[in-house]
Write a protein that binds this ligand. Structure first.
Ligand code: AMP
Length: 304
């Protein structure tokens, strides 16, 4: 049997972002969930990107992905403008306000997986409309491990389809407030129990700079975030975390709990690099050795 062309397929949004933090504003920079996630995964495994851009999409941004060895066979280019998003962070950088969202070619996006990607053993359904996530699931052939991400918008407008997709995935990731919004539960333990009942074996709750928690029916794993002295832009941190996690898991060839815990450490460490600069600027300069060094440093911090 020939090995699959990519080990990990990631589907999600591609955006050109304008981001304002209390100290800096950057316009028209490369963003989107699949861009961050593929960049993070690329340090560990051969990753295929499924997303859409418009005819205005800069060649320079495509080159960024190519240099990171991301497979672009699943990238669609449609007549029109690329999805644009802009947001502003408040003083403490914890809260973010969306200023504008222009869907453009993203509005009619229908993810079509190249034949090569359908056999990939690992699949990450990034944050897109749940109906589109279901459409992707109809195309893949028995992936070993599927992770799904989502956002408050889909919980609010299409909980029915979202519930369906969650039931077909091995792991669900969302942030603290989304878990509470979805379930109506105040504690994360109760929220996670509720979400596990929908079918996934694992529920990963992200708590931003406060780390993350992995829930199963049997136990909980707590992961602190790497303590950074400073960071510039938290946009896409969750996607980077999840992309790094899936990349590391695919590289391990495993799907067991121990492997997932290890992969979470890698995802979290790659995300800690990502937020040091805007867009993919930091990740572009990163390599596996620097990741391993920080992983070791982090493990030292966690030793009991
Ligand atoms: P995050 O920080 O995880 O919310 O991800 C930020 C990225 O999501 C940005 O780079 C945006 O381009 C992208 N984005 C913003 N709004 C949406 C949306 N409604 N659907 C999909 N992607 C989005």
């Amino acid at each position: 049997m020939t090995p699959p062309a990519v080990d990990l397929t990631i589907v999600g949004s591609i955006g050109i972002d304008t981001i304002e933090t209390p100290t800096e504003k950057q316009e028209e920079i490369l963003g989107g969930s699949v861009s961050y996630a593929c960049a993070a995964a690329s340090f560990f495994t051969h990753t295929g990107m499924v997303g859409v851009v418009g005819t205005d999409f800069p060649q320079e941004y495509r080159d960024t992905w190519t240099k990171m060895n991301i497979d672009l066979e699943g990238l669609q280019t449609e007549e029109g403008k690329t999805f644009r998003w802009s947001g502003v962070y408040e003083e403490n950088m914890d809260n973010r306000r969306t200023l504008s969202t222009d869907l453009n070619v993203f509005e009619t996006f229908s993810p079509e997986l190249p034949e090569d990607y359908r056999e990939a053993p690992y699949l990450f359904l990034g944050n897109i409309h749940p109906a589109l996530q279901l459409h992707v699931l109809e195309q893949v052939r028995n992936p070993r491990f599927i992770l799904i991400d989502t956002m408050d918008l889909w919980i609010n407008i299409d909980k029915e389809n979202l519930t369906k997709v969650i039931g077909k995935c091995h792991m669900l990731t969302l942030n603290e407030s989304e878990a509470q919004l979805f379930t109506g539960e105040r504690t994360l333990n109760k929220a996670a129990q509720h979400l596990l009942e929908l079918g996934p074996e694992y529920v990963l709750i992200k708590k931003g700079g406060n780390g993350s928690m992995l829930f199963t029916n049997d136990d909980i794993f707590l992961l602190h975030a790497y303590p950074l002295e400073s960071f510039k832009d938290p946009t896409g941190a969750g996607d980077t975390f999840a992309g790094g996690l899936m990349g590391a898991l695919a590289a391990s060839g495993r799907t067991d709990k121990e492997a997932i815990r290890q992969a979470m450490v890698y995802g979290s460490i790659v995300a800690s690099f990502g937020v040091e600069e805007f867009s993919l600027d930091r990740l572009q300069q990163l390599d596996r050795d620097k990741i391993e060094l920080r992983v070791e440093e982090f493990k030292g911090m966690c030793k009991l």
